[in-house]
Design a protein around this ligand. Structure first.
Ligand code: CP3
Length: 321
């Protein structure tokens, strides 16, 4: 995730002329940023350039992406504002996403899969309710606990949106889909089970049998993994706060994605190598590990460090290019 971004010179050049959302809505720009990142790094998969808040605009939400993250003009705090959310029709409201996917697939090296994605209902709800990034998600939890019927109608609308949005991406040609529930780690296992799991499970059920692997990701999910794993999907992505083998044992029979701290690559190469080896040791001999950073690439990262990391991993594992 956030494979493309401000750490790339070519991205900064495009960003100096266009807003993030404008790049997302212009297939030629979104395709070029997606391909630039995958080519620059030499990674084994490309990820569509978009943002999780993009389809919310299609539901009638006014928003901006600022330096710190998305900002919602009128945060949703009551039944009425939830009622006003429109039903997303991907072909009508976000046609550019599918156009970008087709354009990328025309130009992407064969053998390199393209990952499509969506934000998950909880993470999207948190932006809609808080109005922007949050540390403790108090306003979100206040609605979850205090207005359960408003919460359930918001989560239902978002679940339907995500299901339609990811299905449309699959029809347009993505090779895998990733559901980002980035902030679900702020929940207790019971609250995840009661207020989030029914919805994520419905999305994964909806996408079952559509012929693409389903990846589920969250940050700080160490405490809720047993419950999260009931959502379904073939792959789960974890951050660096949990040893990857421990996470894998708790998740059971899925593939695992992760989990190098993205900040490690800002440091000395010897430490990058040591921490990478640790992850490879903990996953060696067990099929189904996708090496990845535990969260997005940080803007201050030097691309050379990431290139060196990709080469190092290819050299130390069965996959050689
Ligand atoms: O290459 C790729 O990974 C595709 C692009 C991508 C973006 N956002 C573009 C972006 C992806 C996969 C996302 C997902 C996303 N967006 C998530 C889920 C994954 C995660 O990181 O947890 C979340 C929570 C968001 C919301 C969001 N958008 C935040 C918190 C921020 C600011 C933080 C940051 O990284 O700068 C954004 C802005 C954003 N989305 C940028 C990019 C490249 C940086 C904005 C810029 O260019 O100024």
């Amino acid at each position: 995730m956030r494979q493309a971004g401000r750490y790339m010179e070519s991205y900064r050049r495009i960003r100096s002329k266009h807003e993030v959302l404008e790049i997302c809505k212009t297939p030629s720009l979104s395709a070029s940023v997606t391909l630039d990142a995958a080519n620059l790094l030499g990674v084994d998969a490309a990820i569509l350039f978009a943002d999780i808040v993009l389809p919310l605009e299609g539901m009638g939400v006014q928003l901006k992406i600022l330096d710190g993250g998305p900002s919602i003009e009128k945060p949703l705090r009551d039944a009425e504002s939830v009622e006003h959310l429109e039903i997303l029709e991907p072909g009508k409201h976000v046609p550019f996403v599918m156009d970008s996917i087709r354009l990328i697939q025309e130009k992407l090296d064969r053998g390199i899969p393209l990952i499509g994605f969506s934000g998950a209902p909880f993470t999207l709800a948190s932006y809609l309710i808080e109005g922007g990034p949050s540390r403790d998600f108090t306003v979100t939890k206040k609605m979850m606990y205090g207005q359960p019927e408003v919460w359930s109608s918001l989560m239902t609308k978002l679940t339907d949106m995500v299901s339609a949005y990811l299905s449309a991406q699959i029809r347009a040609g993505v090779d895998a889909v990733q559901l980002f529930d980035s902030w679900s780690g702020c929940l207790s296992p019971s609250d995840y089970g009661e207020f989030v799991l029914p919805y994520t499970r419905k999305i994964f059920d909806h996408l079952e049998g559509k012929g693409v692997p389903r990846i589920h990701f969250g940050v700080g999910t160490g405490g809720i993994l047993n419950t999260v794993s009931k959502s379904g999907g073939e792959v789960f992505g974890v951050d660096w706060r949990i040893p990857i083998d421990e996470a894998w044992n708790r998740l059971g029979h899925v593939a695992i994605q992760g989990n190098l701290d993205p900040a490690i690559v800002l440091g000395d190469w010897r430490l990058v190598e040591a921490r990478t080896n640790e992850i490879l040791e903990k996953t060696r001999g067990r099929p189904g590990h996708v090496f990845n950073l535990g969260h997005g690439v940080l803007p201050e990262t030097r691309p050379e460090q990431l290139q060196k990391l990709v080469k190092f991993i290819h050299g130390s594992t069965a996959k050689r290019r």
